[in-house]
Design a protein around this ligand. Structure first.
Ligand SMILES: *[C@@H]1O[C@H](CO)[C@@H](O)[C@H](O)[C@H]1NC(C)=O
Length: 398
């Protein structure tokens, strides 16, 4: 057997055995590519291209080799799209060079939870692209006090695993921008989220019931939490994120339900908050619950004029009808290390824990926060732990 036939034998063996990672080991021509324009999509920003997107997905998902759905430059109006797995091959790429535009009339998808969703998919890479949710008419409705639908999330990954999202932009979502729910091993990198600071409920990246989620090198400016982490999530790594405007990086809200899974092993590292309502926050409702938050590390954060740079709020309630009990959420082993910068309010460190379930194992290390030319203050309730290094305002932990 000559070298060529050896290679061919190897390739055909690989094709029959597995399709994983063929994209990287074979010439691109061997991977199937489905261009949405060839399937009838129009780059005019107004013809509904949903069908073309779905037929590209159907082909990619049933392909027995690695495949790519290609969205070229231009603006594609997509009314809504559900990309369901499981797929035959766990190596699908979405290459988005253009912009995908949602209906601007919120009555079209405002009552659906999602605009674009991938569900039960294993092995997907999404590269580039802009998703424009056109949320402004829904936000105006919500602000007017009229009754309005909740709105749709721009992009959701549901019950999926081994997902990479790289270089995607999400703008003006009606509701949350990107939701990761019931997933394992999802990496979001170089993501950009943009919406006005006044847009309601437009969380940047929302993680729930998920394990092994990484968010890297991203820039999030929006009207609600830059990142929110809800019950049942663990092993999260968030690094090199710029947040603002927005409500900061939040674990919670926790403890709405009496039976609830906890949040554990979360690292938030090298983040900058600019003009945000909160910096690093843990929040829970004031009612009984089985949930918890533990093994949390907030490290190397810079606060620029942040209203609540460090906050644990176990009496969280942004609106009326607040529960009046004490939170059942047990918060433990939370470290704040190297947190520097400026607070927009006098109380820069607020640790308001549950009287029934005091916070334990809180560590403050090298924290320096100032309030204009004055000393900032720390306020603690039922917060136990230790301080080390330079801690200003000085620790009120017991
Ligand atoms: C915590 O999560 C990280 C990923 O962010 C993971 O590498 C590490 O193994 C986890 N630690 C434990 C103790 O599970």
């Amino acid at each position: 057997m000559g070298p060529t036939s050896t290679v061919n034998t190897f390739i055909s063996a690989a094709l029959t055995l597995t399709c994983i990672a063929l994209l990287y080991t074979l010439p691109a021509t061997l991977a199937a590519q489905y261009n949405v324009v060839s399937l009838g999509a129009r780059a005019d920003g107004k013809t509904d291209s949903s069908k073309a997107f779905l037929s590209a997905w159907a082909s990619a998902c049933s392909s027995s080799e690695a495949s790519t759905v290609y969205i070229p430059e231009g603006s594609f109006y997509v009314k809504s799209a559900t990309f369901n797995g499981p797929c035959k091959c766990s190596s699908i790429t979405f290459q988005i060079d253009g912009t995908i535009v949602a209906p601007s009339d919120y009555s079209v998808i405002g009552k659906s939870e999602n605009w674009i969703i991938f569900s039960h998919v294993t092995g997907l890479n999404v590269y580039g692209g802009t998703l424009d949710g056109q949320g402004s008419t829904l936000w105006a409705c919500k602000k007017s006090g009229k009754s309005c639908p909740d709105g749709a999330t721009n992009l959701e990954f549901s019950n999926s695993k081994n997902i990479l999202v790289s270089g995607l932009s999400s703008v003006n979502s009606q509701m949350f921008h990107i939701v990761v729910s019931g997933c394992q091993n999802v990496k979001l990198q170089g993501v950009k989220v943009t919406a006005p600071g006044t847009s309601p409920n437009t969380d940047g990246i929302h993680v729930s019931q998920s394990t092994g989620i990484t968010i890297l090198n991203s820039k999030i400016g929006t009207g609600d939490d830059c990142v929110s982490i809800s019950p049942g999530s663990k092993d999260l790594w968030i690094e090199n994120v710029a947040c603002g405007p927005g409500h900061g990086i939040s674990i919670g809200s926790l403890g709405w339900k009496s039976q609830e899974a906890g949040v554990q092993n979360v690292t938030v590292k090298t983040v900058t908050f600019t003009g945000t309502q909160n910096g690093v926050r843990i929040k829970s409702w004031a009612r009984p619950s089985t949930g918890f938050a533990r093994n949390i590390l907030f490290q190397h954060a810079v606060m620029n004029n942040v209203q609540n740079p460090i906050i644990i709020d176990q009496h969280y309630c942004p609106n009326t009808g607040c529960p009046t009990q004490e939170s059942g959420i047990k918060i433990s082993d939370v470290t704040y290390q190297d947190i520097q910068g400026t607070s927009a309010t006098k109380v820069a460190v607020k640790l308001d824990c549950s009287s029934k379930n005091p916070c334990t194992g809180i560590k403050l290390q090298d924290v320096k926060l100032t309030y204009g030319s004055q000393m900032a203050q720390a306020s603690c309730a039922h917060a136990e732990g230790t301080a080390s290094g330079l801690v200003q305002p000085s620790s009120c932990l017991i």
